[in-house]
Design a protein around this ligand. Structure first.
Ligand code: COA
Length: 260
């Protein structure tokens, strides 16, 4: 597929996807959403890609939301379809089976904040601003934000962000656990890459199973989640990487994981 709004490059197993619509603060119009869907599918299928960094082009924005020009024309059924489609696209990021980091380099508002919430982790520049301003426009978040924010930071934070529509500083987002790591703007790329490389240096099957266990367990009781955990624990113990990881520890050397 010819990509108009995304820049994708892969280096040492890390694919960096840049939403490139800086004149509109990288807002998610229908075309950008469609390209993201194709891109997430391609990244999932590409075995050479082991992790993903998602960011926005330019100095000012990660993504300043869904495209308000398009939203303004919505009627109820179309809005419902759009929310469903947006949720499926962001769901593809969440279920990539590979770690992803939303590298928030500026405004992450509305659909942009929701996109970041669907990534495995979030890093941010200290100058970034984050929020869910939808109620200021007379709508509510529709790309999974109400659900993911409540799961990541708790219902109290979700209510405060969604009901006030206020933007918060990156530091506040970090304080409440929405952002995992904060960096000076000039160090954001290096710090984010280092974080992802740390994850990629661990047993790849174990990382994947752990991500899946946490994700699936979020929608279950503790007891049901622990059943998934025991199954995944057993599955991890069937891998050659498990034997290698433990042998390497005992031999006081670095593990050489093969991903199987
Ligand atoms: N949808 C469509 N266009 C958007 C947009 C969005 N979500 N966010 C920004 N833009 C456009 C602006 O309309 C403007 O376009 P123009 O130059 O053709 O007029 C351009 O991006 C630059 O934005 P501008 O508002 O001039 O920049 P700013 O630095 O003064 O303010 C923001 C930046 C992000 C604070 C402001 O653009 C904003 O509040 N955007 C909307 C955020 C929002 O409500 N998102 C949730 C949508 S559900």
């Amino acid at each position: 597929m010819q990509l108009q709004y995304l820049l994708c490059e892969t280096l040492e197993g890390i694919a960096t996807v840049t939403i490139n619509r800086p004149d509109k603060m990288n807002a998610l119009n229908a075309a950008v959403l469609g390209e993201l869907a194709c891109c997430f599918d391609a990244l999932k299928a590409d075995a050479s890609v082991r992790g993903v960094i998602l960011t926005g082009a330019g100095e000012k924005a990660f993504v300043a939301g869904a495209d308000i020009g398009e939203l303004a024309k919505m009627e109820p059924l179309g809005a419902k379809d759009l929310a469903f489609y947006g949720q499926t696209v962001l769901g593809r990021l969440e279920t990539l089976g590979k770690p992803s980091i939303a590298m928030i380099n500026g405004f992450a508002l509305g659909g942009g904040c929701e996109l970041a919430l669907a990534a495995t982790l979030r890093t941010a520049s200290k100058t970034a601003k984050i929020g869910l301003p939808e109620v200021s426009l007379g709508i509510i978040p529709g790309y999974g934000g109400t659900q993911r924010l409540a799961r990541i930071a708790g219902p109290g934070v979700a209510r405060e962000w969604v009901l006030t529509g206020d933007m918060v500083t990156a530091e506040e987002a970090w304080r409440v656990g929405v952002v995992n790591r904060l960096f000076e703007a000039a160090e954001l790329k290096e710090g984010t890459t280092k974080l992802l490389k740390t994850i990629l240096s661990r047993g790849p099957v174990a990382v994947r199973l752990a991500m899946e266990t946490i994700r699936r367990g979020q929608n279950m009781s503790q007891q049901e989640g622990e059943i998934i955990e025991t199954d995944m624990f057993g599955l991890a113990a069937a891998t050659a990487d498990m034997k290698e990881g433990m042998q390497a520890f005992l031999e006081k050397r670095k593990a050489n994981f093969k991903g199987c």
